[in-house]
Design a protein around this ligand. Structure first.
Ligand code: GSH
Length: 213
């Protein structure tokens, strides 16, 4: 029996990383759009009390948190080598980048995504936004330097860290983070954006390669 994984997502959110990995792995899946109304519902709270996407549901198994989901999918399909070359070191390097993308780069966007959650008046929010953009630009410079040495963020082969980084580079475009001088990073973005599974995932979420379609 083929089990279909359900992915709770919202177009262009970090759930897009899981969506791309499902397409890379050719896993049968269905998409469940989880907007604010769904995320605030008691039913959603029961599967993820954090009320965030992504969440995957596979029969009785329900899993939230990007890093858990992406590692679970990669480990369930070792032949795809999305978690390194199978060695502990290869896996560690993938998770070094996945952790950086999830904990540092993703969260640097919070003041831009959710200014309403910041304390203070308009001046404080404008300052927080400028600081967030400078911090994201700093992260993108680190990524650009890493990409000078290899085509994918964790090395010579693609991994579960790449779709997540792609999502954040798209957000960078939305918030007009300047990257035109970061040649390795812009080349990487184009490489990801022309990947067939990425194109398919963007089409399934009805969004373009840039957030501003
Ligand atoms: N630590 C969580 C963060 C997930 C997260 O921030 N998801 C965002 C979308 S990119 C979300 O659902 N935000 C809804 C909200 O904060 O209300 C994870 O890695 O899964």
């Amino acid at each position: 029996m083929t089990v279909t994984v359900k992915l709770y997502y919202w177009p262009g959110y970090c759930s897009l990383a899981t969506h791309i990995v499902l397409n890379w792995l050719d896993v049968p899946f269905e998409l469940e759009k989880a907007g604010l109304t769904v995320r605030k519902s008691a039913a959603f709270f029961a599967i993820n009390p954090s009320r965030t996407v992504p969440v995957i549901q596979n029969g009785d198994e329900v899993l939230s948190q990007n890093t858990a989901i992406l590692n679970y999918l990669a480990d369930s399909h070792p032949e795809a080598q999305l978690n390194g070359d199978g060695s502990p070191w290869g896996r560690a390097i993938v998770n070094r980048w996945l952790g950086y993308v999830n904990s540092d780069v993703h969260k640097a966007f919070s003041p831009l995504h959710h200014p309403e959650r910041l304390l203070g008046g308009d001046d404080a929010k404008t300052q927080a936004s400028a600081q967030a953009k400078a911090s994201i630009r700093g992260h993108f410079e680190i990524v650009d330097a890493a990409l000078a040495n290899h085509s994918w963020i964790a090395g010579a082969r693609r991994s579960i860290a790449d779709p997540y980084l792609f999502v954040l580079l798209r957000w960078g475009q939305l918030f007009e983070i300047e990257t035109s001088d970061l040649a390795h990073l812009t080349g990487y973005f184009d490489r990801m954006a022309s990947d067939p599974a990425v194109i398919k995932s963007l089409a399934e979420e009805k969004i373009g390669r840039r957030l501003v379609n």
